[in-house]
Design a binder for this molecule. Structure first.
Ligand SMILES: Nc1nc2c(ncn2[C@@H]2O[C@H](COP(=O)(O)OP(=O)(O)OP(=O)(O)O)[C@@H](O)[C@H]2O)c(=O)[nH]1
Ligand SMILES: [Mg+2]
Length: 305
């Protein structure tokens, strides 16, 4: 498929398509490609080709879901990733389902989850990857040691100290989620809160319940998770077009060059002109050079050769 004269967004999606390790990722890439491919007659074959591939993948994913098999093999780490961890039955899979709307095996028996499961949820249009996994001590050491953020679920105070032996090697930020708070009366809740404040004041903690949670409590939790990631959000646009709804996730201090290279390797050399709106601009539409430092919520417009 000739794609050299496609938009940078198309090319990036195509690149990601080839690097993808799951069908879900491939579908997401194809969606972008189908949106970006020109609508004129000359690209009709290309559009058909994309649509066919899309339909086949969709059907194959539906079939895998039905048979209970997951296409998940290796997990490719996303820009923002968090991992659920904790002792058996603390409600990890239930919370996973609540955040992602994806099915997971949930039961009152221990070790129901026997292998990692990948999902995503959105916070203000930004994708956050979340991974459910087996309980301590059957958890994945690799995930715990390599992720950015751990959501440590407990259902009793003594589990906090006991969890340390499984987490001490990890550099991840930890959010302590004291789950099943619906089983506590007001007095017990107060005691738990007081204990968290005095004995675990260094831990970012929250009382939570996955049974009939309020919408705002779910949103608060998502925000808390989002805020653990040291990132900035950059929206990109092409001239005369709207900015992308979904931001690019970049490290703080990233430059225009970094952003262009993230869209597509080599793109920074092809930029003819770039403008920026938002926190890093002196005024809206400021023309910027390749070394311009971007800030959270900037909108960048590229014109490429
Ligand atoms: N009351 C109450 N029950 C909950 C809550 N969250 C989960 N549960 C229940 O606790 C049990 C265990 O939930 P899971 O999500 O399977 O727990 P897990 O941590 O994934 O456990 P394993 O994967 O089996 O190790 C299930 O019966 C859930 O319905 C909660 O907030 N309140
Ligand atoms: Mg589970």
């Amino acid at each position: 498929m000739a794609s050299t004269n496609q938009s940078p967004f198309y090319q990036r999606a195509e690149q990601e398509f080839h690097e993808a390790t799951t069908d879900e990722e491939r579908i997401a890439c194809l969606e972008v490609m189908m949106k970006e491919v020109p609508k004129h007659k000359s690209s009709e074959n290309m559009r058909k080709n994309l649509t066919n591939r899309y339909k086949k993948l969709k059907a194959s994913v539906a079939k895998q879901k039905k048979s209970g098999k997951s296409s998940q093999q290796g997990i490719k780490k996303a820009d923002m990733q968090c991992v659920l961890a904790g002792f058996p039955n603390t409600g990890k899979s239930q919370l996973f389902t609540l955040l992602t709307n994806q099915e997971a095996k949930i039961s009152p028996h221990e070790f129901t989850t026997y292998k990692p499961q990948l999902g995503t949820f959105k916070f203000e249009e930004a994708q956050i990857q979340i991974i459910d996994q087996p309980s301590f001590p059957n958890h994945s050491k690799n995930l715990v040691n390599s992720t950015d953020t751990i959501l440590l679920l407990v259902e009793s105070l003594d589990q906090i100290k006991k969890a340390e032996e499984f987490l001490y090697r990890s550099k991840a930020k930890i959010i302590l989620i004291f789950n099943k708070s619906d089983l506590l009366n007001e007095n017990e809740k107060r005691k738990v809160k007081a204990n968290l404040k005095s004995k675990h004041k260094k831990l970012d903690s929250v009382l939570f319940s996955s049974i009939n949670p309020k919408k705002e409590d779910i949103e608060k939790l998502k925000k808390k998770i989002f805020e653990t990631f040291p990132i900035i959000r950059v929206y990109t646009k092409e001239p005369k077009k709207e900015a992308t709804k979904e931001p690019m996730i970049m490290k703080p201090g990233s430059t225009l060059k970094d952003a262009a290279e993230k869209i597509l390797k080599g793109l920074s050399r092809k930029i003819k002109r770039a403008r920026v709106w938002g926190p890093s601009s002196k005024f809206g539409g400021q023309v910027i050079g390749i070394d311009h430092k971007l800030k959270d919520k900037d909108v960048v417009e590229f014109q490429v050769r």
